[in-house]
Design a protein around this ligand. Structure first.
Ligand code: ATP
Length: 238
C-alpha cells in the first residue's frame, strides 16, 4: 500500500475513543437493559437468538431510540433521555457491518466503498485505493455484489464501513453465512483491521468459538439482560 495513504488511515486510527452505552429499550417480550463501556478493544456481545444483541447495536448506531439512558462517544452525547439529546445516525461516526453485507446491488465495489466517504473527492479516492488494497479487493473494483463470494462481499462491507473514518465499528454476525475457512480468514481480517484502527469494535455473535477468538471481552446477554462478562485479553496500555 502507498505509505502516505497508509499513514493517513493509521493517523485516523490513533485517536483513543471510549464508547459508553447505558440504554433501556422496551421490546414486545422484555425490556432490553444494557450498561457497558468499550475502549479501543473488541467487545463481543454474545447470547442466544433474540437476546437483544442486534437491538443494542442498532441503539448505538441511532437506528433505534432507547426509552431511557445515555450513549456517549468520549464526551459527545449521541443519545440522552434527560436532558434530551439525539444525534442522527449519519452524524454518529458509527460504521456498521451487517450479517448479509448489505451492499448496494446496482453499485460496483468501488462505488459501494465510496458510498461511505465523508471527505472531498481527492481524499476519498486516496482512501478508497488504500482500503481496496488493504482488504485485497482492488482487483474486484469494477465487479457488482452479485459477482462476489460471501467472503469478498464482507471484505467490501468492512472497507465501506471504515471508509467513513468511524469512531466505533459495529459488526452484527458478519460471518454467519460463510463456510469455516472463509470465516476464519474474515475473522483474521477484522482482528488485523482492529490492530490498525484501534477504535472500539462491538462484535455480535452467537458462536462461542468465534466469541473467544474475536473478543478482548465478552458480554453475555440473555432476554435483554447482561448476565455476565469475561475478559480474555488484558486491556492495552494507555
Ligand atoms: N423491529 C422490531 N420490532 C419489535 N421487536 C423486535 C424487532 N426486532 C427484534 N425485536 C425483538 O427484540 C428482541 C431482541 O431482538 P434482537 O434482534 O436484538 O436479538 P439478537 O440477540 O440479535 O438475536 P439473533 O441472534 O437472533 O439475531 C427479540 O425478542 C425480538 O423479537
Amino acid at each position: 500500500m502507498d505509505t502516505a495513504a497508509q499513514a493517513r488511515l493509521a493517523s485516523a486510527a490513533a485517536r483513543v475513543t471510549m464508547l459508553h452505552v447505558r440504554a433501556r429499550l422496551r421490546l414486545p417480550d422484555f425490556d432490553l437493559s444494557v450498561d457497558f463501556a468499550a475502549a479501543d478493544e473488541i467487545v463481543v456481545l454474545f447470547g442466544p437468538s433474540g437476546a437483544g444483541k442486534t437491538m443494542t447495536l442498532r441503539a448505538v448506531a441511532g437506528l433505534e431510540r432507547p426509552d431511557d439512558g445515555e450513549i456517549r462517544l468520549d464526551d459527545r452525547v449521541l443519545f440522552s433521555r434527560r436532558p434530551r439529546a439525539w444525534v442522527p445516525p449519519r452524524d454518529r461516526r458509527c460504521g456498521f457491518v451487517f450479517q448479509d453485507a448489505a451492499l448496494f446491488p446496482h453499485l460496483d465495489v468501488s462505488r459501494n466503498v465510496l458510498f461511505g466517504a465523508r471527505v472531498e473527492e481527492r481524499e476519498a479516492r486516496e482512501r478508497l485505493d488504500a482500503l481496496l488494497d488493504r482488504f485485497r479487493i482492488a482487483h474486484l473494483a469494477r465487479r457488482f455484489p452479485a459477482e462476489l463470494s460471501g467472503g469478498e462481499a464482507q471484505r467490501v462491507a468492512l472497507a465501506r464501513a471504515l471508509m467513513s473514518d468511524p469512531k466505533v465499528l459495529l459488526l452484527d454476525e458478519p460471518f454467519s453465512s460463510l463456510d469455516a475457512d472463509a470465516r476464519r480468514a474474515a475473522q483474521d481480517e477484522v482482528l488485523d483491521a482492529h490492530r490498525a484502527w484501534r477504535i472500539p469494535f462491538l462484535f455480535v455473535t452467537h458462536d462461542r468459538v468465534e466469541a473467544e477468538r474475536m473478543g478482548d471481552r465478552i458480554l453475555f446477554l440473555d432476554a435483554g439482560r447482561q448476565t455476565g462478562e469475561t475478559r480474555l485479553r488484558p486491556p492495552a496500555d494507555g
